[in-house]
Design a protein around this ligand. Structure first.
Ligand code: ADP
Ligand code: MG
Length: 341
């Protein structure tokens, strides 16, 4: 069997299966947004790593080195946000093709440095090698949280309410706009906000911290693969179902006005578009009101988009009248596309 048949998640499951071990200090291992390890006192260290490959994750004809530098760190910070943690340090590893221009790295480091300052994370090491192929970037972030406040993916229960920060589908719409224009990105000022969302995502560290500190979420994940795919990690993977209210999905004004220029179905990108880096989380009914009050301190909107149900009901999107909406879209998988039903 080829890896293509097994799929990205199938491969990760195999790895998980063959490296099973017990460790009292491990709070979260393979399968969450970050690993979480108990340290002295009441703290936990959070560790996460992400790989960015030229030609797979980014296309330098549609991106700039500056924004790539920012995004390479931002996507890792987003995983720390999804655990409710505070990012602190990072490692940077580069596989560099011999003929890459030095100016590329000046700009890449400028972007990386700016974002690291904004979020107060410090570069503490890494590795550098020549690459026989394309540019490879790997960033590992270390963060911290109080052990009792770490929010994993597996805590939801039927009856919990589903919330999401920000708006959905903008990042992929932004990418489609870039692909349509085919121009390199020099300045974001003249580009639509959705393009900025794609090139320069802002990890929801502040919101993740607030939610975790007040103990408001039973489970949380950041949206990297698309709403349905990521929601299935919070529900289907632990034998639960979910009902999403289609009309409640938060869409930006730009998305509403322009989506039909790019897609036949207006909901597709909101349900399955990846890389929004918003927080998706579940909340026990008694905590819904405290959460709504807390959201006045968020830098983005907060939307109640559905509820967790028993597993036999599956993952459903319903329209205004409560009628199931046929989902015929696919979540993102690096080796193949797996249907979500
Ligand atoms: P995210 O989108 O939040 O970065 P992924 O879908 O990439 O998460 O990964 C899911 C889980 O699988 C994470 O806990 C990650 O650490 C783990 N994982 C992914 N690839 C590997 C690997 N090659 N070896 C061990 N664990 C892996
Ligand atoms: Mg994640």
């Amino acid at each position: 069997m080829d890896i293509e048949e097994l799929g990205e998640f199938g491969l990760i499951e195999r790895i998980k299966g063959s490296f099973k071990s017990r460790d009292r200090r491990l709070i979260q291992g393979i399968g969450d947004d970050t690993a979480a390890i108990s340290t002295a006192g009441d703290k936990a260290i959070l560790i996460t790593t992400d790989l960015l490959l030229e030609g797979i994750h980014f296309d330098l004809r549609l991106n700039s080195a500056y924004y790539l530098g920012r995004k390479a760190l931002a996507v890792n910070l987003s995983d720390i946000a999804a655990m409710g943690g505070i990012p602190q340090y990072f490692l940077l590893s580069l596989g560099v093709p011999r003929r890459y221009p030095v100016e590329f790295f000046n700009e890449f480091f400028r972007g990386l440095k700016e974002l690291s300052r904004d979020y107060r994370v410090r570069l503490i090491g890494g590795d550098t090698s020549a690459s026989a192929g394309k540019l490879t970037i790997s960033i590992t972030v270390l963060g911290e949280a109080l052990r009792a406040q770490v929010v994993g993916r597996a805590g939801a229960a039927a009856g919990d309410q589903i919330f999401v920060t920000g708006t959905l589908g903008d990042s992929l719409l932004g990418l489609k706009i870039l692909q349509d224009g085919g121009n390199p990105v020099h300045s974001l000022r003249r580009l639509p906000r959705v393009v900025r969302k794609h090139l320069d995502p802002r990890p929801r560290i502040k919101e993740g911290r607030l939610i975790a500190e007040k103990g408001l979420a039973t489970a949380m994940i950041d949206l990297s693969d698309g709403l349905l795919a990521d929601l299935s990690h919070l529900t289907r993977e632990i034998g639960l179902g979910a009902r999403l209210w289609r009309e409640k999905l938060p869409l930006s004004n730009y998305y509403r006005r322009n989506i039909l220029r790019f897609e036949k179905d207006r909901w597709n990108l909101a349900l399955a578009g990846g890389e929004d880096y918003e927080l998706l989380f579940t909340v026990a009914p008694a905590k819904v009101e405290p959460l709504k009050r807390l959201s006045s301190r968020f830098d983005c909107r907060l939307t109640h988009i559905g509820e967790v149900v028993e597993g036999k009901e599956g993952l459903k999107v319903v329209d205004k009248k409560g009628k199931p909406y046929k989902i015929d879209i696919h979540g993102y998988d690096h080796f193949c596309t797996q249907a979500i039903s």
